[in-house]
Design a protein around this ligand. Structure first.
Ligand code: BES
Ligand code: ZN
Ligand code: ZN
Length: 494
């Protein structure tokens, strides 16, 4: 589903194969569902969040939402679209949902939900489905007694389209099989973006250049792969004087076998998704360029494959990162932090940013700690961390929670023979110790400006949840896009 269109017509005057009705807060008395109340009751429809009920004879599908708030409406709209999948309805219509007369936040979420819920990944299916929804027509008929202000509503929809399409773009990259999406392919995807968008520019480092930069950690991880690593630097320069400069670093492990500390078979499956952070960075730059945000944004992706072989880096190796710090390798499966160490150093050397974020499927411990739907956010400064939390939980409808650093966990990374170990000596607090490891590669100047986002849980889930389909979710994209939009407005953080 790629098209959402606005109609300055009453809902009843719009032609469509099916109408989508969101039943908000189990209120079966609202105008949209008054006539079908009895049918819904007979069908056992309760109006629970994301519960759907298709009434083909009435040409309507009903979906429950706990409230009119963005996150509930986004999820409900997505579930309705998903429930229509494969049924042959091509054009749907629905009213515009709003929580407040002047606020288009819910409408934006509604549109995002429709586009996110309509996502399908069919690259490897020999038979592509042709029975899917093509269009949703949204009526500007007033809702809840609120008349819509048309230009504001249209802007909300336009932004929804950009952020949802960027998310779906990232889902496509992440879902792609590891032998079809290796570091050079990631770089070529960035090149395509740079070619299309005049305000994006691209620089890609090859191993020879990375050697000159002293990136001993990243290069060690990459060594056993038949695919060369790439460091992708995709940047966006706005037309006007930027109100801020932001760097975003992404972990782009196109495959993580664990290396010589090989993953058990069951844990290796889905590790094509270890490129989720890097892929999100590409999607964010695409959205930023399309939204013409007045912010200078730099994306850095460490695209690497972690494999085994005679040339593989080993536990016991000592590596030297770009900033000169030496690292004792005790587990080759803690490779993301090694790659990020060098990319973070490079990003800070290249750009003196007001904010530095990194997105990474960094630790299984984060998934254990906070569940598979939520990201863990860490840092030394409260401000960037709070910005991420607010953008995620309040604006984007992604779930993120803070994980606190402390000096005792920092000590567990001590090495007897090098400056630091790549794993901690305790089995507890793995998400935080990984974050603290990254912290060792943040310079004084950027300490208070950095936030690390561990997306290991939400980036890839093997069932559909809310607005997310089975597989890649595009985690982090909507959060960072909303964060940047807010920054562009000059809003203080909460
Ligand atoms: N890519 C994994 C983390 C991961 C696990 C992402 C599950 C998504 C789902 C990372 O490179 C890794 O293997 N981390 C190790 C670290 C350990 C060796 C200290 C882990 O979490 O087990
Ligand atoms: Zn790993
Ligand atoms: Zn990994």
């Amino acid at each position: 589903m790629k098209l959402i269109k606005f109609y300055e017509k009453l809902l009843s005057e719009i032609e469509a194969d099916i109408e989508i009705v969101i039943v908000v807060a189990k209120n079966f008395d609202q105008r949209f569902c008054d006539a079908e109340k009895e049918l819904l009751e007979a069908a056992g429809f309760q109006g629970e969040q994301d519960e759907t009920c298709l009434l083909p004879e009435r040409r309507k599908i009903f979906v429950g939402a706990d409230s009119i708030h963005s996150a509930d409406i986004r999820s409900a709209a997505a579930c309705a679209v998903r429930a229509l999948e494969g049924r042959g309805y091509r054009i749907a219509k629905m009213g515009a949902y709003m929580s407040h007369p002047t606020c288009t936040a819910t409408l934006r979420a509604q549109a995002e939900g429709l586009l996110l819920g309509g996502y399908r990944f069919e690259r490897y299916k020999s038979k592509k489905s042709d029975k899917h929804l093509h269009k949703v027509r949204i009526s500007l008929e007033e809702y809840n007694g609120y008349a819509l202000e048309i230009p504001a509503a249209q802007r909300a929809i336009d932004k929804a389209i950009v952020s949802a399409q960027a998310t779906n773009f990232v889902r496509d990259i992440v879902n792609t099989a590891p032998d079809d999406c290796y570091p050079e392919v990631m770089a070529s995807i960035a090149a395509e973006l740079a070619e299309k968008e005049p305000r994006l520019s691209l620089q890609v480092l090859t191993p020879t250049e990375m050697e000159k930069e002293g990136m001993g950690a990243l290069l060690a991880v990459a060594r056993a792969s038949r695919h060369e690593p790439r460091l992708i630097h995709l940047s966006y320069t706005p037309k006007e004087t930027p109100v801020a400069t932001v760097s975003i670093v992404g972990k782009g492990l196109t495959y993580d076998s664990g290396g010589l500390s090989l993953k058990p078979a069951d844990f290796m499956v889905t590790m094509k998704a270890d490129k989720s952070g890097g892929s999100a960075v590409l999607g964010i730059l695409k959205a930023v360029a399309e939204l013409h945000l007045p912010i200078e944004v730099h994306g850095f992706v460490g695209a690497v494959e972690n494999m085994i072989g005679g040339d593989a880096y080993k536990p016991d190796d000592v590596l030297r990162a770009k900033n000169g710090k030496t690292i004792e390798v005790r587990n080759t499966d803690a490779e993301g932090r090694l790659v990020l160490a060098d990319v973070l150093c490079y990003a800070q050397e290249q750009v003196k940013a007001d904010y530095l974020f990194d997105l990474a499927t960094l630790t299984g411990a984060c998934v254990v700690g906070v569940g598979q739907y939520t990201s863990g956010v860490m840092g030394f400064g409260a401000e960037p961390v709070n910005r991420v939390l607010y953008a995620a939980n309040t604006l984007a409808g992604e779930m993120a929670t803070k994980l606190d650093f402390n000096r005792f966990l920092r000590k567990t990374l001590k090495s007897e023979i090098a400056d630091i170990c790549n794993i901690s000596n305790t089995r507890y607090g793995g998400a935080i110790t990984a974050g603290l490891f990254l912290g060792e590669f943040i310079d004084e100047e950027h300490k208070e400006k950095w936030a690390h986002i561990d997306i290991a849980g939400p980036a890839f889930v093997e069932h559909a949840w809310g607005e997310n389909p089975h597989g890649a979710s595009g985690a982090g994209v909507r959060t960072i896009v909303r964060l940047l939009e807010k920054l562009a407005r000059g809003d203080e953080h909460k």
